[in-house]
Design a protein around this ligand. Structure first.
Ligand code: NAI
Ligand code: PYR
Ligand code: MG
Length: 373
């Protein structure tokens, strides 16, 4: 198979779909890998590093998209990339389709085989290809939130951990999954007063045991959420219903009633955000203010630490890339129900129920769509 790795083009996105080490695994198996010029240069992988492991470097994304059987990326394809996809081509990357009708419509039109990292599942009920970036974003959310609380960012001017004799900030984390747990770890480490809300008692049990009482756990009801959000200095949004648009748990009315200078980091923004006043921002301009509350809503947070993130992502995606390359998409998807859960759009059909529901589009069973090919 010919595997293509274009350079990421989203704002300040320096991650790359495959490291030279990942490419080497594929070329050792007899596959061809084509990499766009400078695809890894943002994290120190020059074209020569890719050539040294058997890849061919091509000057433009157009050539990579035209020649590859499978495109391996990081972020959802931007409009110019979507226009280069073709029927039968495999696209393996983050998609986050539920809040994104224009992208979904373009992927339908392309008739490509579009497998989303974020809906691939595992035996333990986890999301193995989302998890590494949620670890990064969860940890980063506390750095971003700490910065947002500084006066120069229009924050309250409060240090997360306080100092002896002065109380720490109250950090309220909504969702105790990968993002939430990693955020809690950093916030506790910095000495903040940390509360995690989740609607799964098992999740709260795990957090209670893991942090040995250093984190307060709260069952997430409308009432509990309001109480804790209104008294928070920093709110982290880390909820997820896999594949679906995020529920708007923090309302515009809550924002009006929050403390002036408090901050929200809505990590769930890639699924539309769990705060009514959230809108996606970029690393170039990460924050904005609504009713005196600082909002940080960067949809590609791990892009800020692309060296760490690219390795973490490749560790998780590589086994799936190898299976898709060795078996072809049809056999690889039929052999693995978890990879099949990653399939969102194929040959013009939406095959993820949550995406179809969120966008009011017709849903086709994935196996039925595959059988037709
Ligand atoms: N902005 C960015 O750069 C990044 C964003 N993300 C996003 O962060 C979000 C969270 O991801 P993960 O932590 O990996 O998901 P996860 O599945 O590990 O955790 C989500 C948690 O939310 C909880 N939850 C669902 N509905 C809830 C509700 N109504 N109230 C309270 N808790 C609720 C679930 O029980 C679960 O424990 C996702 O939208 C993901 O795409 C992840 C990585 C990077
Ligand atoms: C998961 C995601 O949206 C990211 O890593 O950018
Ligand atoms: Mg206010």
């Amino acid at each position: 198979m010919i595997i293509g790795v274009p350079k990421e083009i989203k704002n300040h996105e320096y991650r790359v779909g495959m490291t030279p080490a990942s490419v080497r695994e594929l070329t050792a198996l007899g596959h061809s890998v084509i990499v766009e010029h400078n695809a890894g240069s943002g994290i120190g992988f020059g074209d020569d590093a890719y050539q040294a492991v058997g890849a061919t470097v091509l000057a433009t994304a157009t050539e990579v998209f035209a020649q590859a059987d499978m495109i391996v990326k990081v972020k959802e394809p931007q409009a110019v990339e979507r226009a280069m996809l073709r029927e039968g081509q495999i696209l393996f990357t983050y998609l986050h389709l539920a809040p994104d009708l224009p992208q979904t419509e373009d992927l339908i039109k392309s008739k490509a085989i579009c497998i989303a990292y974020e809906t691939v599942t595992d035996n333990r009920g986890g999301l193995p290809l989302l998890a590494p970036m949620s670890e990064v974003a969860g940890r980063m959310s506390i750095q971003a939130g700490a910065r947002a609380l500084e006066k120069s960012c229009a924050g309250r001017g409060m240090l997360l951990g306080g100092v002896p004799g002065v109380e720490p900030a109250k950090v309220v984390i909504i969702g105790g999954g990968m993002v939430g747990t990693n955020a809690a770890q950093m916030a506790v480490g910095m000495g903040a007063d940390v509360v995690v809300l989740d609607r799964s008692v098992d999740v709260l049990r795990r957090i209670d045991a893991q942090f040995n009482g250093a984190v307060k756990t709260v069952y997430s009801t409308v009432d509990a959420l309001e109480k804790h959000v209104l008294s928070a200095d920093l709110v982290i949004g880390g909820v997820l219903i896999p594949g679906a648009a995020a529920p708007k748990l923090v309302t515009a009315d809550h924002i009006k009633r929050m403390k002036p200078g408090s901050a929200i980091v809505d990590v769930a923004i890639d699924q539309g955000g769990c705060v009514e006043t959230s809108k996606a921002t970029t690393h170039a301009e990460p924050t904005y203010i609504v009713d005196d509350v600082v909002h940080y809503c960067v949809a590609n947070m791990p892009g800020a630490v692309p060296l760490t993130s690219t390795f973490a992502l490749n560790n998780a995606t590589l086994p799936f890339i190898i299976r898709l390359a060795n078996k072809g998409y049809k056999q690889a998807l039929l052999d693995d129900a978890h990879l099949l859960n990653g399939l969102n759009v194929i040959n013009g059909h939406v095959v993820n129920q949550h995406v179809a529901d969120a966008l009011n589009l017709p849903f086709v069973e994935p196996k039925q769509a595959l059988a037709a090919l």
